[in-house]
Ligand binder design. Sequence first.
Ligand code: GLU
Length: 428
Amino acid sequence: MAMATPYTRFQTTLRDVFVKLDLTKEEQALFAEPQEIHRTDISFQRDDGSTATFPAFRVQYNNARGPYKGGIRYHPLADEDEVKALAALMSIKTAVVNIPFGGAKGGVQCNPKELSKKELQEVSRAYMRAMVEHVGADIDCPAPDVNTNPAIMAWMRDEYEKQTRSYSPAVITGKPLSYGGSLGRDTATARGGFFILQEMMDRRAMDPEELKVVIQGFGNAGAHMAHFLHGAGYTVVAVSDSQGGIYSEEGIDPVRIEKYKRKTGQVAGEYCTGSVCDTERMKLDGVRHVSNEELLELPCDILIPAALDTVINEGNAERIQAKFILELANGPTTPEADAILQKKGVEIIPDVLANAGGVTVSYFEWTQGRSGEQWTEDQVDRELKRVILEGYKAVRREARRNEMTYRQAAFSVGVKRMLDAMKVRGWI
Ligand code: GLU
């Protein structure tokens, strides 16, 4: 059997849903490949005067429901196949929360940790120059993703406006507040996931005070999630970043972790320098060091993967102890792991719903960019809650009616909405 890739994994889930929905061959064909794939090499000048080149991609999967929408990631593994899968997931995601966008994704295959700030700006501007014809407020609106942030969005908007001699605040979202950003965009991915989790626990009459949570990843999504959960009374027992994590049965304080992460660059920074830890102090505080692999298998009620893809796979699914998994990362669970977890009775809130808060507030930012209005933080929070819980309700209903998992149900809702749009547009 050929090796699974991110895109074949996406197709596996899709096929499963096609069968359940009884789609015709003609309908299925509309989902086979992205509508457009733009790939190029971008060159920029390094600080030492030499020229470096990175592969860059923008994959536009489907725009039946509106302009293409999706982030840009900077990562050594961001190749064409991965970006394709992420673009496809974005199309399902925007349909699940019913916002008027299609789906796309961008990537620069590089290690941004090896770039200076100046080089990062050079790369970001070069990316926008390379893609300038393919993006636009009505065409395709990028946003942040893994290793990209508001500063990068600002450079990209500025480059776009220079190249096109225009004023275009809505060409990109996730911008800084001082340059067309929206209040609440930075916390949106976590906030959306938090609203869903709260609703789920409420419906099951479960008390946050009695629930233990493990979070993998302490970037934008993971760190904000830790704060929201801690604030609502959940016990966050473990967190990690790419260098490893820490675990305490009694719970850890995300504010403290954040402080040390900022100071030392790692979540375990209060106790460790690299992999060398002060075990005496850890023992005293009831904390222990865990690898990212161990972290996923810790005893807990809720597991939140908030970093990279395929971390929950055939190799560890059997040993996962959580009863609920909320996927803040994109693609963290492989289809094989999905099947194992389903048998174990673990409930998974899939990425295309769980992390849709980010793109939802991107939509609010886009709207504000086009109208010139500014929303208050309360307004953003209220609307985000409404939109994401509507999405959750649609998925729950679909799952119940058709005996589907939440992932199948989310894909089903997304595929149906996309098909509807393709039909009314006369594509089929
Ligand atoms: N990168 C985020 C995602 O995967 C946000 C995309 C957006 O805001 O357009 O959903």
